[in-house]
Design a binder for this molecule. Sequence first.
Ligand code: BG6
Length: 298
Amino acid sequence: MIDTLQTKFGIPGAVAVLPGKNNMPRVTLAHRSGASAEIYLHGAHVTSWRNAASEELFFLSRESVWAADKPIRGGIPICFPQFSNHGPLPLHGFARINEWALTQTERLGSGEVVAALQLTDSDATMALWPHRFTIELRATLAEAALTLAVQVKNNGDKPFDFELALHTYFGVGEIQRAAVCGLKGVTFSDSLKNNAQEVEARQEIRFDQETDRVYLNTPDCVRIRDEARNRIIAIQKSGMADAVVWNPWIAKSQRMADFGDDEYLRMVCVETGNMATRVNLAPHGQWHGSTVLTAQPA
Ligand code: BG6
């Protein structure tokens, strides 16, 4: 199967379909600048994004499980059609534990490299969530940016609603020297305080304890300042309402079997999507949202 996909979708010097961990199929994207990305068909999960200097920008746990029925820990899990435990589905929905189809690869005239993956309803998803749908991730790698465009289509004759998140794990040099900026004045729901709502008072969110917050209707640009690596990552969303900031800190890291006890020191999740503001889709309706990630020296 991997060979067939490589024959159909490989582009010399730009796209390759290769066996990844546990022989799971992965697509690698290479930009002529030296930037690269890697996406597993399992979950359409982006597991790596490197800049032109080949520095990894994402966090990927050394303890991640690589199995068909488990999510990958790190990179960008796609949570759909449910975020967290907001409903009866498996945590964060089923999209991250299903194999998606690779549907398109392309090198644009501008040099950007694109891969599109889709997940459509199956007997297994219908048994969990009785709706006809297609979700597509279109990842575009440029010299200094990774764009993730998501489209959801309702292929059925009845409306449905959903939640969605690009649950991105960014790598940071040292969590105590990292800050998330751009959320001052935004109302958040604190998952660690029974979803009590408060307004963010800080210009810079810093980390010295477990943090698990859904920020509602956020400004479209949030930044991570990584002082240890002298880097700023900008997270620019469009068509997506909310953002989550998450770091498990010490005790939760120890509780998570697929996460190293000390790994909370080197990551922060800044997630974009519609985690609180559900999207309603009319029969045959479509929804689009996107997030553009850029990394620059501070
Ligand atoms: C975050 C949630 O988005 O994902 C956290 O806000 C959760 O509550 C975290 O712990 C990780 O979830 P999971 O299912 O990948 O362990």
